[in-house]
Every structure is written in structure tokens, then in C-alpha cells.
Design a protein around this ligand. Structure first.
Ligand code: VG1
Ligand code: CO
Length: 539
């Protein structure tokens, strides 16, 4: 039975860098999810006769939100939903299922790397039939609808059982519960040399994969332990938990502490990796060695020939503007195009669809390729295992060889969190006016060569997007400033720093970037405006 329920709009249902992200306490307000989903369906012209893929990272409220969405979809005439078992599906797996089934859209219930639990965050990512997250034009249309919504339609029915794989029905809508890992494994087997990696583990190679109590645990157990033969126990924190067991599922040196401590200890395995809440980010470590994400993208690109799926050649590459220039040097050497886009995976999608690029990545621990339209954490881990299996090198040797060939970009990101949004917006606006006036100014050897807003012109759809501000220096150094679009607590100012070294490879990034950091904070008047003398998080 279909009910039409009267509702009043919320004014904050605007998507950020990757979908809508809110505090759980906001999302549990009456009809919050209902309003958002009905606005989404209305904004895209209805979903009658369509097929959608739905999953989530298992965080708190995943189970409640998914039932609401199922019932609203049925009431809006959706033909079919393909749902991950128990309502779980990683972001990359979801993109794969969407593309494989030629579905019309996809929803991933996730706030990605943000903390979970009752006091944490909740979110929803919306992908179109391209397999990638919707453009800002579409999210603007959803936002506009959400501000004028007056009713939603919902099927008045008991909750759907999401445990049993197979077909069922809700009203006229078909529901197929799938094991999303099966399709994901098949895709990975078609990309990488599983036999070579099996041999690597047979020879005694050891690894630790930290799933951070999030969605990739079961994928990692299946792939690394059961199929590839990594010793039992290689995958840690593998049970998805609604609060991620208290972990902050952001795979970096700060939040993946358990893994980092192990990898820097004397009984470290050969290889360490972690994924984030929804499985699209990766962190790679060797014994007492950390691979900077910007280097990671560049390195994977440089080694593409070792991977069966790419050995016959790649199109170009792309990076977000905030990511270091390492991959640009590789692209030049390989004689392929290198694109620079705003932050957010959606900006890579047109480039992949038009076969302009094969690989892309971001400094925020994201890398991926055109096999899907999302970044892919386990893909990056398998890429590394494949490289190590074929070359017989250690992680550190691979990176050092890379630096020898291309030089090293020392890179760090400084986050100033919880800033008043008005203060942050003013800081950025004033900085945008100030930066062009600094051209030619010398800050102790850092001479500004160019400075201003980063504006991306999409070569495929002709749209233009402004994202962040950049200062370039004559010695190759760069500063990028932008405000985060995934936070739920005031504004976060991100300051990204990079210096390039041709031969000095053994310094501490913090030391190498010390002066540039001072310059960056001074130019933006961070302390005077925010009261913060130091960054809250440095990654
Ligand atoms: C952050 C990262 C960005 C990433 C986005 C979504 O965005 O910086 O690179 O694409 O998160 O990733 P922001 O606007 O906070 O800087 V995920 O894994 O959170 O979906
Ligand atoms: Co994520």
C-alpha cells in the first residue's frame, strides 16, 4: 500500500565533495532521509521503471536508512533494486555492480572516512548510470527540490529481509539481494596477475591489511587470505561495525595507528595496507616505510606495464590540483596527457568516459582507474602486490627507484578544523584577492611565480569549476588552499604543500616543508583569523 506523507523541507540537504554528509543527530530528525530521497528522485525526473543499486558501509543508521529508501523507491515506481547483502556494499563494488548491470543509478550509504556511531556522521553518495557520483548541476537540482518538498511517497510495508541472497518483491518492485564480493573479485581477477601474487605468498611473503572495522573486511578476507593465500590473520579489524569499533576509518598515519605501529616495529610484515570506511581509499606501507599518496599514484602509473589489464598501454592520467606534481613527471616520461581537476572523484569521470585517462588519484589516499568510476582501495593494494610479486623488490626499493628516476616531491597536508564558516569563507575570499598581488615576491628564496584561483574547464562537458587557490614558486614549490567539502563541524581549511628535490631523498617531510609552511600560513593569515597557531591534523 502506497502512502503519501506530508512533510516540511530542511534547508541543509546540499551535497559536498562526495554526496551529502551530516551528523547522525541531524539525519535522525523526522523525515530527513525521506525528504532527501524523494527530492533526489524528483530532481532526476522520477525513477519509474528504473533499476538502482544500493549498499552502504555498515555504519550506524545504515540499516534504518536503507529500509526507508527501499520503501520510497517502491512507492515511486522503481522497477528493481539490487542490494548488497545485509545492506552493505563498498563504494568501488557499488560502482562495479551498477556498471555491470547497466543500472540507472546507485546509492551508497556512507560518510566514508568520517567517524561513525550514534555520535558520528552519516551520508549518502549518489551515482548516475555512468557509475560515478552525480555532477554538481544534478546535486544543485536535488538541493533546490529539497528546499520546496511538501510530500513524499512511501510503501507502507514491513522491513525487507536483507540477509538472504536471491529475489523478492515489495509491491511491484523486484529486489535482488546479492553478494557484492563475487562480482568484485571477478573484476580484480581480470585486472591483476593472481597467480603471481599467489606465488608471492607461497614464498613466505607477509602482509597486514587493516579494514578498520569497516566495509572492506569481508572483501579482504576473501581476496587476500582465501584466494591469494595470505596467512590467516593477515587481515585485521575485518568485521564491519556500526561505530567502526571506535576507530576513525581514515587510513593515514594518524588514524590507522595500530597498523602504523606494527609496520614500524621490528616484527613488521613485508607489506601493510589499510582502507577507509567505504573502501575507496588506501594507505600503503612497507617495513618502516610509508608511501605518500601522491607518490603512490605516480608510482602505479610508472609501473603500469607490470599489470595484465594495462600492459598494452594506457590513456592519460589525472590528479586533483591539491595532489603533488609527481604523476605529471611520469606522464611526461610516458608521453601521455596529465589532467589536473578539482578535488572530488566526480571530476575524473568525464575524462575516463571519453578515454582521455586510465589512472587518476588524489592526495587524500585515493587512487583508481577506469575499471570503475570511483577510487578503489583494494585495487590499489592488489596493484602493489602485483608489482612486488613481479619485481621481487620491497616497497621501499620500489619507491626509492622511483625517486631516483623522477626526483621526490616532499608533500604534506595541514588541516585546520572546526573553524567558524564565516571566518573561513572570508579568509578564502580575501586570499583570492591577495594572491595575484604576490607575484614576484620573494619569501626567503620562495619566489612567487604565479598565484590565484584554480579554475577547471572540463574538456568534455564544457563546464567550469573553481576549487581552491594555488601559489606556485619559481623553485617548483606549491601551496594549495581549499575548504573541505566533507566535514560536518564548521569549516576545515586544508593547506597542501609541496617542494621538489632532484637528489635529496632522505629528509623528513616536516623539516623539508617547515619554511614553506610558515610562508603559507603567513600569506593566509591563518593564526590572526582563526586563532589557530598550529594545524589540527597533518597528513
Ligand atoms: C575529501 C578529500 C577528497 C576526497 C573526498 C571524498 O574531500 O580531500 O580528495 O575526494 O574527501 O573522499 P574534502 O572536500 O573534505 O577535502 V571519501 O573516501 O570521503 O568519499
Ligand atoms: Co571513502
Amino acid at each position: 500500500m502506497i502512502k503519501t506523507v506530508q512533510t516540511t523541507p530542511y534547508t541543509d540537504q546540499k551535497m559536498g565533495t562526495a554526496g551529502i554528509r551530516k551528523k547522525v543527530t541531524d539525519v535522525v530528525r523526522p523525515n530527513y532521509i525521506e525528504n532527501f530521497i524523494q527530492s533526489l528522485f524528483d530532481a532526476i525526473g522520477g525513477v519509474k521503471g528504473q533499476t538502482f543499486v544500493i549498499g552502504g558501509d555498515g555504519r550506524f543508521y545504515n540499516d534504518i536508512a536503507i529500509q526507508k529508501i527501499i520503501k520510497i523507491a517502491a512507492a515511486n515506481g522503481m522497477k528493481k533494486l539490487i542490494i548488497g547483502q545485509n545492506g552493505y556494499m563498498s563504494t568501488p563494488a557499488s560502482s562495479n555492480v551498477l556498471l555491470k548491470n547497466h543500472a540507472d543509478g546507485g546509492l551508497v550509504l556512507s560518510a566514508s572516512h568520517n567517524p561513525g556511531g550514534e555520535k558520528g556522521d552519516f551520508g549518502i553518495k549518489y551515482a548516475t548510470k555512468s557509475g560515478g557520483q552525480c555532477s554538481s548541476q544534478i546535486s544543485d537540482a536535488i538541493y533546490a527540490k529539497s528546499k520546496e518538498i511538501s510530500s513524499f511517497k512511501i510503501e507502507d510495508a514491513p522491513d525487507v529481509n536483507l540477509k538472504n541472497i536471491g529475489m523478492q518483491k515489495l509491491g511491484n518492485m523486484e529486489i535482488e539481494i546479492i553478494d557484492p564480493i563475487v562480482d568484485y573479485v571477478e573484476m580484480m581477477q581480470n585486472i591483476f596477475d593472481f597467480e603471481a601474487i599467489k606465488k608471492l605468498f607461497k614464498s613466505g611473503f607477509t602482509m597486514c591489511f587493516d579494514a578498520m572495522n569497516a566495509v572492506t573486511g569481508p572483501y579482504a578476507i576473501r581476496i587476500f587470505e582465501e584466494i591469494l593465500g595470505a596467512p590467516k590473520g593477515s587481515v585485521k579489524n575485518f568485521t564491519p561495525k556500526p561505530d567502526f569499533g571506535g576507530l576513525h576509518p581514515d587510513p593515514n598515519l594518524i588514524y590507522a595507528k595500530e597498523l602504523v605501529d606494527l609496520m614500524y616495529s621490528d616484527h613488521a610484515p613485508d607489506f601493510g595496507a589499510a582502507n577507509d570506511g567505504d573502501g575507496d581509499r588506501n594507505m600503503i606501507l612497507g617495513r618502516k616505510f610509508f608511501v605518500t599518496p601522491s607518490d603512490n599514484l605516480a608510482l602505479l602509473t610508472d609501473n603500469y606495464k607490470l599489470i595484465p589489464a594495462y600492459k598494452n598501454g594506457i590513456h592519460g592520467v589525472a590528479k586533483s590540483a591539491a595532489t603533488s606534481t609527481a604523476v605529471c613527471r611520469v606522464a611526461k616520461a610516458l608521453n601521455v596527457d596529465c589532467y589536473e581537476v578539482p578535488t572530488g572523484w566526480k571530476y575524473f569521470c568525464n575524462l575516463m568516459d571519453s578515454k582521455r585517462i586510465t589512472f587518476c588519484g588524489e592526495e587524500s589516499f585515493g587512487a583508481g582507474s577506469s575499471h570503475i568510476r570511483e577510487k578503489d582501495g583494494i585495487w590499489a593494494v592488489l596493484f602493489w602486490l602485483n608489482i612486488l610479486a613481479v619485481t621481487g623488490k620491497t616497497v621501499e626499493e620500489v619507491v626509492r627507484d622511483f625517486w631516483k628516476k623522477y626526483g621526490r616531491s616532499y608533500y604534506l597536508r595541514f588541516d585546520f578544523e572546526g573553524i567558524d564558516t564565516t571566518v573561513a569563507d572570508k579568509l578564502m575570499a580575501d586570499l583570492e584577492t591577495k594572491l595575484p598581488t604576490l607575484k614576484g615576491k620573494d619569501f626567503d628564496g620562495y619566489k612567487v611565480s604565479e598565484a590565484g584561483a584554480f579554475i577547471y574547464h572540463d574538456p568534455v562537458d564544457g563546464s567550469s569549476t573553481k576549487n581552491g587557490l594555488i601559489a606556485w614558486f619559481e623553485n617548483g614549490a606549491r601551496i594549495v588552499y581549499r575548504l573541505s567539502g566533507t566535514g560536518t563541524n564548521g569549516a576545515t581549511l586544508r593547506v597542501y604543500l609541496e617542494v621538489f628535490e632532484k637528489s635529496n631523498f632522505d629528509a623528513e617531510p616536516k623539516k623539508m616543508l617547515e619554511r614553506l609552511a610558515e610562508v603559507a600560513f603567513e600569506i593566509a593569515e591563518v593564526k590572526a583569523r582563526t586563532g589557530k597557531a598550529k594545524a589540527d591534523v597533518i597528513t
